[in-house]
Design a protein. Structure first.
Length: 559
């Protein structure tokens, strides 16, 4: 299980990198001549300036035209017979009122293909829009695809539907908002929508938001009583605090989508409102996904165990940042599409930007790959103590571009990750043990029996302490030096912590000093002290010689 857990972050990082490259390459390839299969590509249908090329475009543009009171243009969306031409304006106004009041289906369900939906069981030149709920009965609007001399094939509202419009309007009556709200609010408009509808819309939005807040609060209180484990409760609190508002915003928008068709709002307003709501939903979902991803990776990093824990956690951190970058890129494309930018145009633009980045930011890509390779090769990890390019310190962070080190002087040094792939890195945190290598200098006058006792006592100290490695530890007589009897001590302390190593070494040296004194010997003075004494004697010798000479001269004069 541990092995699998260690491989997952690298796979995530690789998948994220492949996804970024695929998105960039898709747009870039479309811009390179010769790659597109122009001979096999199907010809694009003629574009109608009035938006009648697709069923959805015909319905939406018809509604907007009627709201502008341009009934001459609105008649061009209708398949009128001779009798219907005389009352085309009234039919258009009545039909648009039916759309606003009775259409329950989502506009997104209307086909946006020039050929319409081919799986609805209707002839290829027919499309059905709806349903319209009229007197608790479902009714549908039929569109017909007809040839046009200037614009190719276009979609029109069929004459059969226009014959039933007046009967539908009589059966539909007033909407529930028009029946309940005061007449002045229904008749007054703001941005093409009555004040009554605005009030209902705002109250509905606020009501759903407050209701979801209450539900979230109740769930939180219930969880705090049901979850007895403090650790799990801490995890719950972290998730709740981090994702609460984004989740409430997303659920509010999703819930409102379900009830918007029942409010009788103008069809064109539904299109604009739906687009704005989807943009807000996309932003909320991006924030929700990023926060959830951060919490999930933090929990996963906490579960990593084993000797390679630090490197695995650092690799997971880098993978998290790459996936979050992919989420932001995909979310940005989605927002651009919702703003009206064609998806092909957005991908093509992204491809051009990707090519420009690939050519102008080669070092950035090199640093990104260098960081991945450093972590996957376990050369270093966050928290390791390393020496890099004559700088020593603790690795503080590994980003998509650089490796940051906090030096022993508490300064922050940043190394491009790409350059570290070719640099020498000495990682002290990977040590499993740390060596004590020192020379003990005993004063002359120490007898052979005392030497044997001291060596035996030191060996007993090393063998009795579990912090020292068995087998590689030794103490032996090294040399009879000029100023002292020298004993060589070598031992491995089984720790990678410098603080613990220093404490064990200090304790060992103090115990050795105690055993040396107990054996009746002592540590020899240093060569520095002896040299200082020799220097003092050398400085005093001329003075003594001068005094002796002065005495001899005085004696000679006296004689």
């Amino acid at each position: 299980m541990r092995t699998a857990a260690k491989r997952i972050p690298l796979n995530l990082a690789s998948a994220a990198l492949i996804l970024i490259l695929a998105v960039l390459a898709t747009g870039a390839m479309a811009q390179i001549p010769g790659l597109a299969k122009s001979a096999e590509a199907a010809p694009e249908p003629a574009s109608d300036p009035m938006g009648r090329t697709t069923p959805r475009g015909a319905i939406v543009q018809f509604s907007r035209t009627v709201e502008r009171h341009d009934f001459v243009s609105a008649a061009r969306y209708l398949q009128l017979d001779a009798a219907q031409r005389k009352k085309a304006a009234k039919l258009a106004d009545t039909l648009n009122s039916l759309f606003d009041r009775a259409m329950q289906g989502s506009i997104a369900n209307i086909s946006d293909s020039p050929t319409g939906a081919l799986d609805d069981g209707l002839p290829e030149d027919r499309e059905r829009v709806g349903p319209l709920i009229i007197d608790d009965q479902e009714a549908y609007i039929t569109l017909v695809r007809v040839p046009d001399i200037k614009n190719g094939h276009i979609w029109l509202i069929s004459s059969e539907t226009l014959r039933a419009v007046e009967a539908y309007a009589a059966a539909a009556g007033e909407s529930w908002i028009e029946r309940v709200m005061p007449a002045p609010l229904v008749q007054s408009e703001f941005l093409g929508v009555s004040l009554a509808h605005w009030i209902v819309l705002v109250c509905q939005l606020g009501g759903i938001f407050v209701l979801l807040m209450l539900i979230g609060t109740v769930c939180n209180l219930t969880a705090r009583k049901v979850i007895p484990n403090p650790e799990r409760l801490r995890v719950w609190d972290a998730w709740y605090q981090a994702t609460r508002w984004q989740a409430i915003a997303a659920l509010t928008i999703l819930s409102q989508f379900l009830v918007i068709p029942t409010l009788g709002l103008p069809l064109s307003f539904r299109v604009i409102y739906g687009r704005v709501a989807l943009i807000v939903l996309a932003i909320a979902m991006i924030g929700l996904l990023r926060r959830g991803l951060s919490l999930a990776f933090a929990h996963a990093r906490g579960m990593v165990r084993g000797k390679d824990r630090a490197s695995t956690q650092s690799l997971m951190l880098l993978a998290e940042r790459m996936i979050q970058a992919v989420i932001v890129v995909i979310g940005g494309i989605a927002v651009l599409v919702l703003l009206g930018v064609e998806s092909k145009t957005a991908l093509a633009g992204l491809g051009v930007v990707g090519v420009a980045l690939a050519l102008g930011a080669q070092k950035t890509v090199e640093n990104l790959l260098g960081g991945i390779f450093l972590l996957s090769d376990k050369a270093l990890a966050v928290g390791d103590y390393c020496t890099i390019q004559n700088q020593s310190g603790w690795i503080e962070d590994v980003t998509l571009r650089s490796v940051r080190m906090r030096t022993v002087n508490q300064t922050l040094v940043s190394f491009p990750a790409g350059s570290l792939a070719q640099a020498g890195i000495e990682n002290f945190s990977t040590r499993r043990k740390m060596a004590i290598d020192t020379t003990l200098r005993l004063r002359y006058g120490t007898s052979a029996a005392q030497l044997k006792r001291i060596i035996s006592d030191i060996r007993a100290l090393l063998e009795a302490n579990p912090k020292f490695e068995i087998g590689s530890t030794y103490v032996r007589l090294k040399n009879f030096g000029v100023d002292a009897v020298e004993l060589e001590l070598y031992a491995y302390v089984l720790t990678r912590d410098s603080g613990e190593y220093g404490a064990v070494r200090e304790e060992l040296l103090l115990e050795i000093a105690t055993r040396v004194e107990a054996a009746g010997s002592g540590l020899a003075p240093t060569r520095f002290v002896q040299l200082q004494q020799a220097q003092d004697a050398a400085a005093a010798k001329p003075l003594a010689e001068g005094r002796d000479a002065a005495v001899r001269d005085g004696d000679a004069r006296n004689q």
